[in-house]
Ligand binder design. Sequence first.
Ligand code: 4NP
Length: 156
Amino acid sequence: MMEKTKILFVCLGNICRSPSAEAVMKNLIYKKGEEKRFEIDSAGIISAHEGRPADSRMQTHAKKRGYKLTSISRPVSLDDFNYFDYIIGMDNQNMADLKSLSSNINSHAKIVRMMDFAYDSNYDEVPDPYYGGAAGFELVLDLLEDACEGLYSSIK
Ligand code: 4NP
């Protein structure tokens, strides 16, 4: 049996960006008929929202594009660095935090930045939409749809 490629998306709270990245990527690989080849999850740097579903504003914007956000917020654990093949940070602070968290262990996971897979080179981070308005949530989805296509092509 073929080993699954395991991907963990990470943002600060695991209630906006990384749950959306998880849903967009799951949708993409489902459309390609490749869902058996991948395992996709998401987590946060902080545990402040642990146990909660995705932010209702993010859910509403995602639903308009046909995505259902199913994740329940959890913080990244040290075991994640051994279990996953890719741990993908949404912004530069996430990347710094992931590198710092894994600095004393031998991480199996490649720690990479989401927008490094995107075709659109106008953004190098997926901006935090939490304190902004509707446009910020739409931008998150635009950027994730682009970057997930690039991620899929680079690892398929
Ligand atoms: P996320 O958005 O990192 O995309 O889930 C945020 C969620 C919560 C907070 C900040 C960003 N917060 O400050 O609680």
